[in-house]
Write a protein that binds this ligand. Structure first.
Ligand SMILES: Cc1cc2nc3c(=O)[nH]c(=O)nc-3n(C[C@H](O)[C@H](O)[C@H](O)COP(=O)(O)OP(=O)(O)OC[C@H]3O[C@@H](n4cnc5c(N)ncnc54)[C@H](O)[C@@H]3O)c2cc1C
Length: 390
């Protein structure tokens, strides 16, 4: 049942779960926990289900995670990557295509799934703070301008990178980096099934990308460091150089995963969990957080329902740690290192990159290193050049 601006009940049943944040990770957690028979309420600060449009690229793992819910949000498929650096280029064909999804379609589809499973969604509902009471957790909430107290046994913070749930329950703040992307007309020489990546270490230790949304439009973006304004200036200069006009801008700060964040804390008799960006469950190589946030959601749902024996959580931790190792290596690469890297991407290596998807990064890393051992030396050089990202 979808509720808008309806007052929250001050009592909930035993074993009840409140999820703060009605976006990707929160709605999937709510759908899974409600489907397991728990009483679930989602509190979302926005006034309704009208997410800003945003094109996102995900691996095909997304389809396996969401099954039929996935299809309504998929708008394009990516079959190859083109990597550019300093006049050189390399092409990687993907055996299983990456997917371009539209967030404005994904969020309503997930909300429908959560409601169908029995979760109750409340909009214009802001989580303010947390305490304990004799039975579990006491939540301070403001709904449609009215302050209320809500009681729950378990609380899930799916409220993004600046998670108020996290801070209220004692987790330290998460470091973030700016991500800025412009929607652009697709240049004539760019195929709609090909993502372009440019390594320009003078501009960013990450990269620029151009992800086609369809035959005529794409998202050209950058992950920066420091301020969002400086990052925007850099991408504006890059667009000018490429002779591409921005049609509209999208952006936000994205968490940086540096080490595993334990996802559960006890507050009095209650259990508090974090999922998605709130727990920095973001691949720090590409700052993709959809698939990994869904894995975090599955793991927390398993914990709340007493199933899964932490398998998903352990796998997610391994995955995020491997991305952190790769990022540490790349973070101090200079132009000549990227040139060498693109040259080393011989046919065998490119096959590994295309065959194994980025959500199995440990397998991918070993396969690439086996086929091109010189990459180990290059990687070690990257690791030794600095003590990791600033
Ligand atoms: C421009 C851009 C492009 C991106 N591209 C990609 C990509 O290509 N691939 C990819 O995998 N990832 C991408 N990402 C990252 C991805 O979008 C995020 O990792 C993902 O959306 C995180 O989902 P989440 O549910 O954890 O958090 P969020 O989407 O941040 O949702 C948090 C929710 O909590 C609500 N909330 C916050 N505080 C409160 C409160 N106090 N009370 C109640 N509600 C509250 C917010 O309103 C929001 O709805 C991109 C991000 C940006 C900004």
């Amino acid at each position: 049942m979808l509720e808008n601006q309806q007052s929250l009940q001050t009592e909930t049943k035993n074993g009840s779960v409140v999820v703060v944040g009605g976006s990707a990770a929160g709605l999937l957690t709510a759908a899974k926990v409600a489907a397991g028979g728990r009483d679930v309420r989602v509190l979302e600060a926005k006034s309704g289900l009208d997410p800003a449009p945003r094109s996102l690229i995900v691996t095909h793992h997304f389809r396996e995670q969401l099954r039929e819910v996935a299809s309504s949000s998929i708008v394009n498929e990516i079959r190859r990557f083109e990597l550019f650096t300093d006049g050189r280029s390399a092409e990687i064909a993907l055996r299983r295509p990456d997917l371009i999804i539209e967030r404005a379609r994904l969020i309503p589809a997930l909300a429908k799934e959560a409601s169908k499973a029995g979760a109750k969604l409340s909009f214009d509902s802001h989580f303010l703070g947390l305490g304990s009471n004799s039975r579990g957790l006491r939540l301070d909430v403001e709904t449609a301008g009215r302050r209320e107290e809500l009681h729950a046994d378990h609380l899930v913070g799916a409220d993004g990178a600046t998670s108020r749930v996290g801070r209220s329950a004692g987790w330290p703040p998460i470091e973030t980096v700016p991500l800025v992307q412009a929607m652009v007309r697709l240049p004539k020489d760019c195929r709609p099934d090909t993502t372009r990546v440019w390594f320009v270490p003078d501009d960013t230790p990450y990269f620029y990308w151009l992800i086609p949304e369809n035959e005529s439009r794409g998202a050209l973006g950058i992950i920066g460091e420091g301020s969002g304004q400086e990052t925007k200036k850099r991408i504006e200069r890059f667009l000018e150089k490429k002779n591409v006009e921005p049609l509209e801008w999208q952006g936000a700060r994205i968490p940086v995963y540096r080490k595993w964040i334990p996802v559960e804390r006890r507050v009095g008799k209650g259990r508090v969990f974090l999922v998605g960006d709130a727990a920095a469950q973001v691949k720090v190589t590409t700052v993709g957080g959809i698939v990994t946030g869904f894995r975090g959601a599955q793991a927390v749902a398993d914990a709340l329902l007493g199933s899964g024996q932490n398998r998903e959580l352990r796998a997610l931790r391994r995955e995020l740690d491997t991305h952190w190792l790769i990022r540490k290596t790349l973070h101090h690469f200079q132009q000549k290192d990227y040139s060498y890297l693109v040259d080393l991407l011989n046919l065998a290596t490119r096959e590994s990159l295309g065959e194994i998807h980025r959500d199995h990064s440990t397998e991918l890393l070993w396969s690439v290193l086996r086929r091109q051992p010189r990459l180990v030396l290059l990687g070690l050089r990257g690791l030794l050049m600095g003590k990791g990202p600033r």
